[in-house]
Design a protein around this ligand. Structure first.
Ligand code: NAI
Length: 261
């Protein structure tokens, strides 16, 4: 059985599950060892918005998993309304610094890392903001996005993650590590909850949902977790640098025709 790290997999008291928590449940059920990382209710409690906390997580993972990791899935993220600092720190650096920090552990076991992006990466990104992210210069990014809208910063960061992955694939593959990305569509989780939102948000959500070809419904976290679990598994041993949409076909309506990354 394997050993996997999942960020953003907190066990919530209200019983609702995000994608990371659904993945944790699935991998544990299959008999794997799982180390979860989240702000609370996780095996390793840490605030991934802070650089020193991200470094501590990497250090602790080297202690807990000294003989290597079979996989890492980066599900931790905040939504577009959370402010640009959290969006940059958690969603972007919380992903790439963990993958880079665990590279040697993944190499030991020929493991793989799965980045969780978002279908918003095709909807709202601005190329100048994507380019800023791709500078990997934290101060410059934080300064550059400070006055940009939340969805632009969220979606551009998610797009930059896909670009970063594609740039890194050959180098990681040289170490026997597969990098892949899963793109969830509109999924029923705490992140997408409409609790406390107004009627306009509810109308927008209804319209958005109606464009999902498969049942005009939101995805379940377990359905996205199944895609990530596949990417992490030996069944995906030759899948490398791929972007897997788990979105009920929504992308086809959002972006008809052949796609480019
Ligand atoms: P969620 O809100 O259920 O899970 C995100 C987790 O990240 C939470 O457990 C949260 O505590 C954790 N987190 C947030 N800030 C953190 C911090 N500073 N330090 C440590 N942990 C932190 O959200 P969901 O929906 O499960 O999202 C998982 C991934 O899927 C995210 O990358 C999200 O962007 C992506 N996604 C979700 C979609 C949806 O409709 N739910 C659509 C497209 C992408």
């Amino acid at each position: 059985m394997g050993r996997f790290v999942i960020t953003g997999a907190a066990r919530r008291e209200d019983g609702r599950r995000g994608i990371g928590a659904a993945l944790e449940a699935r991998l544990r059920e299959e008999g794997h060892e799982v180390i979860t990382v989240d702000r609370a209710n996780a095996d390793l409690v840490a605030d991934l918005s802070l650089p020193e906390e991200r470094a501590r997580v990497v250090r602790e993972l080297h202690e807990r998993a000294a003989d290597g990791l079979d996989g890492l899935a980066t599900c931790a993220a905040v939504g577009g309304a959370s402010g640009s600092v959290a969006l940059v720190e958690v969603n972007f650096f919380g992903t790439i610094e963990l993958i880079e920090g665990c590279r040697d552990l993944l190499r030991m076991r020929g493991g793989s890392a799965v980045i969780v992006s978002s279908h918003t990466f095709v909807l709202f990104p601005k190329e100048d903001v994507v380019d800023l992210y791709m500078s990997l210069d934290r101060e410059r990014i934080l300064e550059g996005v400070a006055k940009r809208g939340g969805m632009t910063v969220y979606a551009s960061g998610k797009r930059a993650l896909v670009k970063w992955m594609r740039e890194q694939v050959a180098s990681y593959a040289g170490d026997g590590i597969r990098l892949n990305t899963v793109v969830p569509g509109y999924t029923d989780t705490p992140l997408s909850s409409l609790d406390g939102r107004d009627e306009t948000a509810a109308k927008w959500a209804e319209d958005f949902r109606s464009k999902i070809p498969l049942g005009q419904r939101m995805g379940r976290p377990e359905e996205v977790a199944a895609g990530i679990a596949f990417m992490l598994s030996p069944d995906a041993s030759f899948v490398c640098g791929s972007v897997l949409y788990v979105d009920g076909g929504h992308d086809v309506n959002l972006r008809p025709g052949p796609i480019e990354y």
